[in-house]
Write a protein that binds this ligand. Structure first.
Ligand SMILES: NC(=O)C1=CN([C@@H]2O[C@H](COP(=O)(O)OP(=O)(O)OC[C@H]3O[C@@H](n4cnc5c(N)ncnc54)[C@H](OP(=O)(O)O)[C@@H]3O)[C@@H](O)[C@H]2O)C=CC1
Ligand SMILES: O=C(O)C(=O)[C@@H](O)[C@H](O)C(=O)CO
Length: 278
C-alpha cells in the first residue's frame, strides 16, 4: 500500500497514518500488531503505561519487515519526570521492547501541577544524545508547555500527539504546532468508536464518497496535515483504516466535518491544563 510521508523538522520520515496499540496486550496484542504490520502499517504507537512495549517488540521480531522500515514510538509516564528516573524509564522501555533504540519518544502528559516536564524534557534530550531515541516529542502539550520547553532548553519537540477527532478538532493547537514546525498526531482519531461513527453528517459524507465513516474521518485528519493513529484489533478494519489515499474530500466536505467541533468535545474530559496522569 502506498502511504504518503511526512518529515519532521529533524528529518525523521513518518508515514501519514500510524497504528495505535492501547489495549493491545499479551498474545492477542502481539497477533493484532503483527496483523497491522502485515496490513501495511509502518508506524507503531505505544507507551510505558500501556504495559505492551513487550508485545510491540515481539510483533516486530515476528515480522519479516526490517526494523529500519518501521517507526516505533513510546511515551514517558508522569511518575518518571525526574531526570534520572526518566533516563532509567527510557532504558526500561527499551528492555521491555527488546529494542536498542526507539525512533521517537514522547512525554506522555505534561502533568502541570507536578511541574517537572522541563526536567523530563532534559532527560529526553540526553537520551537522544546517547542514541537511545532518534527523535523526541510530546503528547497532550498546550502552547504554554511547549513555549517553556523551547525557552528553557532551546530544543523543540518534533511531534505533539493530542486528542483530535471531528468533535474536538483543536484548531488553535494545530495552528500553534504548524507555526512551530511540529507535526500534530491525532489520538483517538475515530473517537474510540463512540457515537461519532454514527454521526449523520459523517455518514452522509461517507455515502457521497462511497467510503466508511472511519475512512472519511481519517481522511479529514490527513487533509488537515494531522497524522492519525487509529487502533483496531481486526485485520479488515486495520486495512480499511489505511485505505485513505485514493479519494479526496472537497473543501466543502472538509468544512462540514470541521463544523462538528464542540466546546466540550473531549471524550473523557482530559484537559491537559489540569488533568494529570502518572
Ligand atoms: N497520548 C495519549 O494520551 C493517548 C494516545 N492514544 C493512542 O491513540 C491510539 C488510538 O486511539 P484509541 O483511543 O485507541 O481510539 P480509536 O479512535 O483509534 O478507536 C479505537 C476503537 O475503534 C474501533 N475501530 C477501529 N477501526 C474501526 C472501523 N474501521 N470501524 C469501526 N470501528 C473501528 C476499535 O475496535 P476494534 O479494536 O474492535 O476494531 C476500537 O474500539 C491508541 O491506541 C493509542 O496508541 C490514545 C489515547 C490517549
Ligand atoms: O491511552 C493513553 O495514552 C492515555 O493517556 C490514557 O489516559 C487514555 O486516554 C485513557 O483512556 C485513560 O482512561
Amino acid at each position: 500500500m502506498n502511504i504518503p510521508q511526512l518529515t519532521t523538522q529533524d528529518g525523521l520520515v513518518l508515514p501519514a497514518v500510524g497504528f495505535g496499540t492501547y489495549k493491545l496486550n499479551g498474545a492477542l496484542g502481539v497477533n493484532a500488531i503483527t496483523s497491522a504490520l502485515a496490513a501495511g502499517y509502518r508506524l507503531l504507537d505505544t507507551a510505558y503505561n500501556y504495559e505492551n512495549e513487550g508485545a510491540v517488540g515481539a510483533a516486530l521480531r515476528q515480522s519479516p519487515i526490517d526494523r529500519s522500515q518501521i517507526v516505533v514510538s513510546s511515551k514517558l509516564p508522569g511518575r518518571y519526570h525526574h531526570y534520572q528516573a526518566a533516563l532509567q524509564a527510557i532504558q526500561e522501555s527499551l528492555y521491555r521492547a527488546g529494542l536498542d533504540y526507539y525512533d521517537l519518544y514522547l512525554i506522555h502528559w505534561p502533568d502541570p501541577h507536578q511541574d517537572l516536564y522541563v526536567e523530563a524534557w532534559q532527560a529526553l534530550i540526553t537520551a537522544q544524545q546517547l542514541g537511545l531515541v532518534k527523535s523526541i516529542g510530546v503528547s497532550n502539550f498546550l502552547p504554554e508547555h511547549i513555549d517553556r520547553l523551547i525557552a528553557e532548553t532551546g530544543v523543540s519537540p518534533v511531534v505533539n500527539q493530542i486528542e483530535l477527532h471531528p468533535y474536538f478538532s483543536q484548531p488553535k493547537q494545530r495552528q500553534y504546532d504548524q507555526e512551530h514546525q511540529i507535526i500534530t498526531w491525532a489520538w483517538s482519531p475515530i473517537g474510540r468508536a463512540s457515537s461519532l461513527l454514527q454521526d449523520p453528517v459523517i455518514k452522509g459524507i461517507a455515502a457521497e464518497v462511497h467510503r466508511s465513516p472511519s475512512q472519511v474521518i481519517l481522511r479529514w485528519e490527513t487533509q488537515l496535515q494531522v497524522l492519525p493513529i487509529p487502533k483496531s484489533s481486526h485485520f479488515q478494519r486495520q486495512v480499511e483504516n489505511l485505505q485513505l489515499f485514493d479519494f479526496e474530500l472537497s473543501p466543502a466536505q472538509m468544512q462540514t466535518i470541521t463544523n462538528l467541533d464542540r466546546p466540550n468535545g473531549r471524550l473523557q474530559n482530559q484537559d491537559p491544563a489540569v488533568y494529570e496522569e502518572f
